[in-house]
Design a protein around this ligand. Structure first.
Ligand code: ADP
Length: 467
């Protein structure tokens, strides 16, 4: 069911409920107050009659004409009165009771003996109901007369009937008007949603560079459109990234393949000495190693993206790890005539996966050695600060331009300086480093100046017990 219909139905139901309750309350209150008014006026008239009898000392009953001339309010057409003897017999009654007797009820008689006034209703077939009040007149403790005043409830009934008709006519009209209003308002409120849906469909069908026009208001619709635009922008960026990534990946793999193909074709052109074949095979092996590394690193990254890389969380003593890495990298450094030394090393334990942390450090130290100039020095330090361990790898190598510092963690990004400096490198190492650091709730900071060297700092939270 469309939202517009649902909203209107909800609104209509609420409105109908409200109108029904309103009608019932109005009718009840009205009926109640009209009857109270009748009772009050009956009682007032009865009081007048009782007073007139009291003034006479109860002994001689006035005749009806005399009573009426003395108390004209008794002669009101809309009321009749009767005076009963204690046996319940009518002694006097006003001339406007014509059609039939209205005898005293048992309840009224019994109440009269205990001195109580009785209000009651009586109904005769084919007539509007009557409302009666019976007031006892006591003289020296014994019942002398019972004065009864009555009136027809015809006008009350007629008023209530009119009210009922009015409610029955106006409520459906009000309901219909409010349903129409609800339908219109729901339509108006939902129109921008329709517009957004249509625009979103157009965007989804093709062009991710398109955006919705965001209404200037900061209401729900404005926020929806802005959020939607945000989402499209992110989708757009990640699609671009994927396209860029595929093109980079194929490019990186094509270069070694081209080299291998060229060298192999060249050597096969005519018979050669064993030495020549050996040289080409060795060169090919180097390229194959490079490609294997790229493929392995890509595999790791894509598994990491899919959340398939398991991370242990065990205490890892970084100082021991750092010393180990320094020994390992020392050998690598010797090849490049680069010295790898330890600076300040403070004990620090973090929670994490030792193998991955080793890979992270090795990658960074490997880069530092790789991008150092011969005779340079790489220093590794480990400092504890508050609840963090700060691992720094400092080199005096080629450095990274400020603009490139943000990009080096992107997959396949390599600076021109790095490409000129060494053929080795895949451009994936730092992306893996960044992922491992993030998986350990840490961060990597870079400080670098072209030609002067770089400092990569890995900041990791200390293990809770060690912090
Ligand atoms: P690569 O395999 O090319 O080293 P990385 O992802 O490890 O790939 O690094 C990406 C790029 O960051 C490098 O190509 C290089 O341009 C730059 N870079 C990384 N470490 C250093 C460093 N210690 N000194 C200078 N440049 C560096």
């Amino acid at each position: 069911m469309p939202l517009r219909v649902r909203l209107t139905l909800w609104y209509g139901t609420a409105m109908a409920l409200f109108l029904a309750i309103f009608a019932v309350v109005l009718y009840t209150v009205m009926a109640r107050s009209l009857k109270d008014q009748v009772d009050q006026s009956l009682e007032e008239t009865a009081t007048v009659a009782v007073r007139s009898l009291e003034q006479r000392g109860f002994l001689t009953l006035l005749d009806e004409e005399e009573l009426l001339t003395q108390f004209p309010e008794l002669a009101r057409i809309d009321k009749f009165f009767q005076i009963f003897s204690p046996t319940g017999k009518i002694t006097i009654r006003s001339p406007n009771i014509q059609r039939h007797d209205v005898p005293l009820s048992r309840t009224a008689l019994e109440d009269a003996f205990t001195g109580k006034t009785t209000f009651e209703s009586a109904k005769y077939p084919g007539e509007p109901p009557l409302r009666l009040v019976s007031v006892p007149i006591l003289y020296r403790g014994s019942l002398v007369y019972i004065v009864q005043v009555g009136t027809s409830l015809e006008s009350v009934e007629a008023s209530l009937h009119r009210l009922l008709i009015m409610l029955l006519v106006t409520i459906p009209v009000a309901l219909a008007v409010s349903l129409a209003g609800g339908w219109f308002l729901a339509g108006r409120a939902l129109k921008p949603v329709d517009t957004i849906t249509l625009a979103a469909q157009r965007i989804a069908a093709g062009d991710l560079t398109q955006r919705l026009t965001v209404p200037s208001s900061s209401d729900e619709i404005g926020r929806l459109a802005a959020t939607f635009n945000d989402m499209i922008a992110r989708l757009d960026a990640s699609f671009r990234q994927i396209r860029q990534f595929s093109s980079d990946a194929s490019h990186e793999l094509r270069t070694p393949l081209t080299v291998m193909k060229g060298e192999t074709e060249l050597v096969l052109r005519r018979p050669r000495a064993t030495e020549d074949y050996k040289m080409v095979l060795e060169s090919n092996l180097e390229e194959i190693d490079r490609m294997s590394r790229i493929v392995e690193e890509l595999l790791f990254l894509s598994r990491a993206d899919l959340g398939e890389v398991k991370m242990e969380r065990a205490p890892v003593r970084l100082e021991a790890l750092v010393e180990d890495i320094q020994r390992q990298a020392g050998l690598l450094g010797q090849e490049h005539h680069v010295e790898v030394v330890l600076g300040t090393v403070q004990p620090a334990t973090v929670l994490g996966d030792e193998l991955r942390l080793r890979e992270l450090l090795l990658n960074l130290v490997d880069n530092a050695v790789k991008y150092s100039k011969p005779g340079g020095k790489v220093e590794i330090t480990l400092l504890r600060e508050a609840d963090e361990a700060r691992l720094a790898i400092i080199d005096q190598g080629i450095g990274i331009a400020p603009a490139a510092q943000k990009l080096i963690f992107d997959r396949f990004y390599r600076t021109d300086e790095a490409r000129a400096h060494t053929k080795k490198g895949t451009g994936l190492g730092l992306a893996i480093c960044a992922w491992i650091t993030e998986a350990h709730q840490g961060r990597i900071e870079v400080k670098s100046a072209i030609g002067e060297g770089s400092t990569f700092t890995v900041v990791l939270p200390l293990a809770p017990s060690a912090a």
